[in-house]
Design a protein around this ligand. Structure first.
Ligand code: KG4
Ligand code: ZN
Length: 347
């Protein structure tokens, strides 16, 4: 089985082809970063209009790259949510239209399930990758969630951010530090030049019961420091360093608590922020001490991409019956992971 995946949930247009036997055949991405950086954040209407321009050329391009045409594609998967409504609608409309004209099954994919399972993109044998149950930490621009994964499709949210998502906080602080949107990776680069210990910020919520996160207090503390200090490069780097450490420490402590409370020893970390170098280092150390297992996506699959959408499309199409007659263009800008169905059969 070979699936064409389409991702348009936010500010990246992605198209990929995933083959059951050969793995990922093509993965192309167009980032709208430049378009939105002027505004310091994603402008939904501009994002949607840009997806309209880019998605068809990208589909054509992956087909040319792989020397395939429509008869070689067995199904189409697109991101149906969560995400920006106008942006999601572009992917949904093109996926449904192609499915109609190519006479192929089509399936809407949950963006966070795609992130969650993205470490599986590294292997071709997708049947025996994770041993369930497993805990997942999803850290992206829109979500910060701790998930108990009983098996693929059966998810329980153990905790989530009650305010800003981790990526969002990185991006907001980055702007205050004079960096361009989206500034997570740029802030992290700046933090490398920071002197340890010059600033210390709180690790929010870690002593409170439950497994939720809150980053607004930390954001306020860091903002005050930036505004009340002489903003030469070194000071900004020192603040960036302390901020990154406070965020990562908070995530590590909460995940450790989740692992202790559930008795699970394996952890998946995915979503854009999982590309963070300090996060990867600190989590590896924590899991080593617990003698557990840690899974990250490859760096290129941490941020939004269509490869993960095509992969989940394959898994779900292989294990469920698709209603080919449903051509309604429906998206779910808000969509709970817990509402997903577990697979009918093994992959
Ligand atoms: O998963 P993603 O591509 O989009 C959403 O689904 O939201 O995540 C994007 C987020 C942005 O906030 C970006 O700044 C952040 O991931 N990010 C990083 C790093 N690389 C991307 N944050 C911290 N360190 C990084 N290296
Ligand atoms: Zn994402």
């Amino acid at each position: 089985m070979r699936i064409l995946g389409i991702e348009t949930s936010c500010d990246e247009t992605g198209v990929a082809i995933y083959d059951q036997n050969q793995g990922l055949l093509a993965n192309q991405l167009y980032s709208q970063k430049e378009l939105h950086s002027t505004y310091g954040g994603v402008v939904p209407e501009l994002a949607a209009r840009d997806h309209v321009k880019k998605v068809v050329p990208l589909i054509r391009s992956v087909l040319i790259q792989t020397n395939l045409n429509s008869v070689d594609i067995d199904g189409i998967a697109y991101t149906a949510g969560p995400g920006l409504k106008s942006a999601l609608l572009v992917g949904a409309a093109i996926a449904k239209s192609l499915a109609y004209s190519w006479k192929k099954p089509v399936l809407g994919i949950h963006h966070m399930e795609a992130h969650l399972l993205s470490p599986m993109l590294e292997i071709t044998d997708i049947t025996s990758f994770f041993k369930f149950p497993i805990i997942a930490l999803l850290v992206s621009g829109g979500h910060t969630q701790l998930v108990y994964v009983k098996c693929i499709g059966e998810y329980k949210i153990l905790g989530e951010s009650v305010d800003d998502a981790v990526g969002e906080v990185f991006d907001k602080i980055a702007i205050l530090l004079g960096l361009k949107y989206p500034g997570g990776a740029l802030l992290s680069n700046m933090a490398r030049f920071g002197k340890p210990g010059k600033y210390v910020f709180p690790r929010p919520m870690i002593h409170q019961s439950g497994l939720n996160f809150s980053f607004s207090g930390l954001k306020t503390a860091v903002t005050r420091s930036i505004l009340s200090n002489l903003n030469d490069y070194q000071t900004r780097a020192d603040i960036a360093h302390a901020f990154e450490l406070a965020v990562v420490d908070t995530l590590v402590i909460r995940c450790q608590q989740a692992l202790e409370q559930t008795g699970v020893k394996s952890l998946i970390i995915s979503g854009g922020v999982s590309a963070n170098f300090v996060l990867r280092k600190k989590f590896s150390k924590m899991i080593q001490a617990l003698k557990g297992k840690l899974f990250f996506p490859k760096i290129e699959f941490c941020t939004d991409n269509a490869a993960m959408v095509a992969l989940i499309g394959l898994i779900r199409m292989k294990t469920s019956v698709i209603n080919n007659n449903d051509l309604s263009i429906l998206v779910k800008p808000r969509w709970s992971l817990e509402s997903l169905s577990k697979l009918n059969t093994d992959v």
